[in-house]
Design a protein around this ligand. Structure first.
Ligand code: C2E
Ligand code: MG
Ligand code: MG
Ligand code: MG
Length: 286
């Protein structure tokens, strides 16, 4: 142990190391015990049904409260967690926490609500992933149709046959499957047809033209129609302006998420602010 620590310390001060590398290594070292130390927290961003303008669920987003650095954004540590494999236990915690809190919320308000959980490629590659999801649903008592898993396009291009089989198993559990950040990778609707995908989450950049202006309503409308023909619902991410919201409504996009509507927040804030309390928002399950 002492030897190990010594070696790590030595590596820290290698002169040729760039500042970025040093920061990254320091983050990696403090990421290992972070879960056991209870440094993670989930915030939740409401998702709105655009036809009724009412909340239907929320996306769970991880937050890391670092003892010295303060809050470290996911963009800075999810990659490290993926490379080191730490994403597997961290992801398991996220799933457990999100499902337990959502179950409690549903009991409190007596209405259906869907929680979306981000799943990284590395988690999906884990042979026990389906069993884990099944176990968490049983343990927390959350109805399977109240859980949605958000997968990235890159996770779907890795081992197509294996991934397709796994997604089928997940569908058999009754959970919903979404493709996150659609439009940032290389996959197309035609490609995604081979997977049992329920929801496409359009990345913010999909709705912007090269000059930074909002894209045309005809384009979005045609895309939404195509997705609907393939039995996929469309959710727009990163909605920041009224203009974008109007465009999405005109294009019959199903749902939206974004700072204009609500920022990610702790679940207790979401409860108090009333994001869960719209009676018209939730269809009865089953
Ligand atoms: P994502 O899954 O695409 O999540 C959406 C991100 O956009 C979130 O950033 C959210 O706070 C942000 N956002 C929401 N509304 C707006 C808006 O109107 N404008 C803009 N510019 N941004 C908006 P966040 O929370 O920093 O998370 C970043 C990414 O980190 C996520 O992107 C996701 O890929 C990853 N991530 C977060 N939590 C988890 C997790 O529990 N597990 C895994 N594997 N990845 C996670
Ligand atoms: Mg997401
Ligand atoms: Mg996204
Ligand atoms: Mg994103």
């Amino acid at each position: 142990r002492a030897k190990n620590a010594g070696r790590n310390r030595y590596r820290f001060f290698e002169p040729e190391m760039t500042v970025a590398t040093q920061v990254r290594m320091a983050l990696e070292v403090s990421l290992r015990p972070a879960l056991a130390r209870g440094e993670f927290e989930l915030h939740y961003q409401p998702r709105i049904d655009l036809a009724r303008m009412a909340p239907v669920g929320m996306e769970a987003l991880i937050r890391w409260n670092h003892p010295e650095r303060g809050r470290v954004p996911p963009q800075q540590f999810i990659g490290i967690a993926e490379e080191t494999g730490l994403i597997v236990p961290i992801g398991r915690w996220v799933l457990q926490e999100a499902c337990a809190r959502t179950r409690a919320l549903i009991d409190e308000f007596g209405r259906k609500m869907v929680v979306s959980v981000n799943v990284s490629a590395r988690q999906l590659g884990n042979a026990h992933f389906v069993d884990e999801v099944r176990a968490v649903l049983l343990e927390t008592g959350l109805a399977p149709d109240c859980l949605e898993l958000e997968l990235t396009e890159s996770a779907l291009i890795e081992d197509i046959e294996r991934t397709a089989a796994m997604l089928k198993d997940l569908k058999r559990l009754g959970v919903a499957l979404a493709v996150d950040d659609f439009g940032t990778g290389y996959s197309s609707l035609a490609y995604l047809r081979r997977f049992p995908i329920d929801v496409l989450k359009l990345d913010r950049s999909f709705l912007l033209q090269e000059d930074g202006n909002v894209t045309t309503s005809d384009f979005v409308k045609a895309f939404v129609e195509m997705a609907h023909a393939l039995n996929m619902a469309v959710v727009a991410e990163g909605v920041e302006t009224e203009e974008m919201l109007e465009l999405l409504r005109a294009a019959r996009c199903d749902q939206a998420q974004g700072y204009l509507l609500a920022k990610p927040m702790p679940l207790d804030t979401l409860r108090i602010v009333g994001w869960t309390a719209s009676p018209s928002a939730h269809s009865t399950p089953g």
